[in-house]
Design a protein around this ligand. Structure first.
Ligand code: ATP
Length: 266
């Protein structure tokens, strides 16, 4: 039997990059369990790079997008939360909690359809408490014609009939296809200029590990508002401005780093 090493135990909590390393190890463990595809490691690294540019914290621009995203999920008739390998490895419990609080099923939808992967992700989500799970029976999937990748296969009771799809860590082709099918798309992507970020209706430019706990908390609060108030929040949101504001913020952050980054040498 393969020995499983718990890297968390070997990481000193006062290590300056503790959080980042903790999630890096979750991705590596996920890959060993075939929850995460090899390419998922590279995608994670791309995300880490952008996270550095954002100061590795949730800014008020992302905070606003998070709030509007939750409002949209709450007013949607058939919202779906799409799950890929990276999100299942990083935040399985939080995916389940969000699914429960906004009453949206989780649908497993992966790019690299290696034998046994859907089962591995299903097991990880069930272990995290998932009961409302779609995309698990590959023989029942239908195709989205707009797409050529493995991700064209969707659950007939999920993304196929959804009005709003929450797509953390998505690739651009699929986001574009979902938009062309008339779906509302909420993306979580640390890269504010990825095709996904640009195509989505609401782009949360932040790390999924920080976004989901905030969404769960805000959903509890927004549930008490009436639908008209939630609709107004969604209507007033401008995603182009949201992304431009984030880019401005990154510029300012880098400008500060130009001087401030060297303070650790003093
Ligand atoms: P696109 O096709 O949309 O232009 P891409 O080719 O970068 O983008 P992928 O590599 O499939 O698409 O997607 C991975 C995306 O997920 C990257 O943009 C990366 O920044 C982002 N990402 C990776 N890890 C995280 C994370 N933990 N939280 C949020 N976003 C992340």
């Amino acid at each position: 039997m393969k020995e499983k090493i718990n890297h968390d135990d070997t990481l000193p909590k006062d290590h300056p990059r503790y959080e980042s390393l903790k999630y890096r190890h979750k991705i590596i463990e996920g890959m060993k369990e075939i929850v995460v595809a090899e390419a998922g490691l590279i995608a994670h690294g791309r995300g880490e790079c952008f996270d550095y540019m954002l100061g590795e914290k949730t800014n008020e621009i992302a905070e606003k997008a998070i709030k509007v995203a939750v409002a949209l999920l709450l007013i949607s008739e058939k919202p779906i939360l799409s799950v890929n390998g990276n999100t299942a490895a990083l935040v399985p419990e939080e995916l389940v909690a969000l699914s429960n609080v906004v009453s949206a099923p989780l649908e497993i939808n992966i790019f690299y359809g290696k034998e046994g992967r859907v089962k591995a992700i299903t097991d990880a989500l069930i272990k995290a408490g998932a009961t409302n799970l779609l995309g698990t029976d590959e023989s029942k999937m239908v195709e989205i014609e707009e797409l050529s990748s493995n991700r064209r296969r969707v659950d007939p009771n999920g993304i196929k009939i959804a009005d709003t799809v929450f797509v953390p860590l998505e690739d651009g082709d699929r986001t574009e296809a979902l938009k062309k099918l008339g779906k509302k798309v909420i993306a979580v992507d640390l890269n504010p200029i990825s095709r996904t970020a640009i195509w989505a209706d609401i782009t949360i430019v932040d790390n999924i590990v920080r976004v989901l706990p905030k969404m769960i908390k805000i959903a509890g609060e927004l549930k008490n508002l009436n639908k008209e108030e939630l609709r107004k929040m969604v209507k007033d949101f401008d995603n182009k401005k949201n992304i431009q504001d984030i880019l401005e913020m990154i510029k300012e952050h880098l400008e500060k780093q130009k001087e401030g980054a060297f303070k650790i040498l003093e």
